[in-house]
Design a protein around this ligand. Sequence first.
Ligand SMILES: [Zn+2]
Length: 305
Amino acid sequence: MTTVPFSGSAKMGLLASGWYANALEGQTFPGVLALCYHGVRASADDDPGMPFANLHVFEETFAAQCRMIAETCHPIDLATFCEARATGRELPRRPVLMTFDDGYRSVFELARPILLQHHIPATMFVCSEPIRDQRLFWFDAVARALGPDAVNEARALPHEGWRAVARKHETSASTAPTLAPMTAAHVRQLADEGFTIGVHTASHAPLAGASSDVQRRELQSCRAALEEWTGRSVSTLAYPFGAPSTDYDEETVTVAGSLGFSAGFTTRSGFARPDEPALERSRFVVLAAVTVAEPAHRIAYAWPR
Ligand SMILES: [Zn+2]
């Protein structure tokens, strides 16, 4: 890891001057740079009190990140990633895999046009129940009602306790449009346009410690809904919250394997290297707090390699 202590404005200058593009030119990534996004928002005025605001990147920042990635890296789709990992086939030198967790409508409305404009393939890992029922994701609903600490408390409960909290705070998506999930028609359209759709469980339940029956149901019921909506087979997933041991466990990986999933993504930070287990791939989570230039800086220098 190289530390280059430049200020934010210095990084903007370096980005504008093509410094990062030059720095990247000679680099070969040690694996695939899988980026994990969540929602996208138009501006800070858009729902200023939104919970977990850092997970909703600004549209303008996202557009600049996409431009930089298209100009300096090699975006690949998930099928290419899986095929390369299964066969050992070589990938381009700076492969980037864009992923979006949860299934926020803002990804359809704001990120999708930018991705299409730059011809960047992407995968959306989505939860079927909020989409089917047009409800807020449980963690957004609980955070709006009780604050973000209550979400962490609920995540730590045994499965039935968690479910009771989630049920109690079920909230119609129409109450908070910036946090609304996509519709099934959006999912269908994304698949028709060439985006990959993957499983993120039915309800975004914390999986670690849940029984294998519960875990199986969460994965299978989401997959069945996505296959019905898209008319395509679905064989990839991202674990809710995504931290190994804390958010999913060995049982989760065993269940996913027994259901025939071919690729699974975590939020363990790192390049998705060839020697990682197929069902536990690493990703870098992209937060809203980073400037336009920051991802370029991190890609070129700071992310561990
Ligand atoms: Zn999620």
